[in-house]
Design a protein around this ligand. Structure first.
Ligand SMILES: NC(=O)c1ccc[n+]([C@@H]2O[C@H](COP(=O)([O-])OP(=O)(O)OC[C@H]3O[C@@H](n4cnc5c(N)ncnc54)[C@H](OP(=O)(O)O)[C@@H]3O)[C@@H](O)[C@H]2O)c1
Length: 285
């Protein structure tokens, strides 16, 4: 299907989620007529619902996902149904409708043992059930819908849902000190910055395939929490460093989650701002 000049009809799945909260207005701002469908309107695990909903659209952004990383460890089938089968359903329906697809994925497809930023074509080796289901979703999307972009993001926060920043601010109001792990490194990413990048990728008709949608720079969860305190006028010394071992979780977290933006540089798409800039803008919004 040819996309009309000045955008066209777009559909966002998982419209009740945190990322979709910023994606939908960003697409509208760019001139797209957007159908924002939450789980009650479009369950991506239902293949025929996907075909019916996606027909007539030029662009689909699949923001629907099973995102409870720890719960996925004990119910991988439920996560797989949404993150892999659901992604495949959306991709197949896009290919049938001639719609382009942006599929959102995660740093958790990597094993977290690298010492330099992960390139888009670095072999995936997920260490959690959630990561396995998201890796399967990426594979299905690229296999079923040639005109697709898989955008991997990480450490997302934004106004549209509970997240690390809102949790830290709540803890700051409840406790004198907050202990946060200082041995996992990543790129805190504001949903509004990611929404803007998605629009720019689509508008630039970036090469189909994999891209990384994370902030520039890197920090630990401890560094992130200290920045939340600082930028909120609170004393950052109230945030204390701790280790992953001191906070056992069901799912293993990657120790190194820094993603390379080389694919953006190569296509002359400006990467997102530095993570501190995104955080400051979010906290001032
Ligand atoms: N949050 C992060 O830190 C992070 C990091 C890396 C990658 N990502 C990826 O970024 C994307 C957006 O994440 P997010 O943070 O916005 O997640 P979110 O807030 O959990 O949103 C996901 C949405 O998908 C919906 N959904 C679940 N099952 C569905 C189904 N069968 N059919 C249709 N919708 C369904 C959820 O509805 P319910 O609320 O009713 O379940 C929810 O509204 C996801 O692909 C996620 O894997 C997120």
């Amino acid at each position: 299907m040819t996309v009309p000049a000045g955008a066209g009809r777009a559909l966002v799945t998982g419209a009740g989620g945190m990322l979709a909260h910023d994606l939908v207005p960003a697409l509208r701002q760019a001139g797209w007529v957007v159908a924002a469908l939450g789980r009650a309107d479009l369950d991506v695990t239902d293949a025929s619902e996907c075909v019916a909903a996606i027909d007539g659209h030029h662009l689909v952004v699949n923001a629907a996902a099973y995102t409870d990383v720890d719960a996925a460890e004990t119910d991988e089938a439920a996560a797989f149904a949404v993150n892999a089968v659901g992604a495949a359903n959306v991709a197949r329906a896009c290919a049938r409708a001639g719609a382009r697809l942006v599929h959102v994925s995660t740093d958790y497809v990597f094993d977290g043992t690298a010492a330099e930023p992960y390139a888009v074509d670095h072999p995936v080796a997920p260490r959690s059930a959630y990561g396995r289901t998201k890796a399967a979703g990426e594979w299905a999307v690229r296999g079923l819908c040639p005109e697709s972009w898989v955008v991997r993001t990480a450490w997302l926060y934004g106004a549209g849902g509970p997240n690390f920043v809102s949790t830290i601010l709540r803890l700051a109001s409840e406790r004198e000190t907050v202990s946060v792990v200082d041995d996992q490194i990543g790129q805190p990413t504001w949903t509004a910055d990611l929404a803007d990048l998605v629009v720019r990728l689509v508008e630039a008709l970036a090469p189909f395939g994999f891209h990384h949608g994370t902030s520039v720079g890197q920090t630990t969860w401890f560094g992130f929490a200290r920045a939340v305190f600082e930028l909120s006028g609170l004393d950052p010394a109230r945030v204390l460093p701790t280790t992953t071992d001191a906070f056992p979780r069901l799912a293993s977290r990657p120790a190194w989650s820094v993603l390379s933006h080389d694919s953006l540089d190569q296509t002359r798409i400006t990467p997102m701002p530095d993570w501190r800039t995104g955080l400051a803008t979010h906290l001032n919004a």
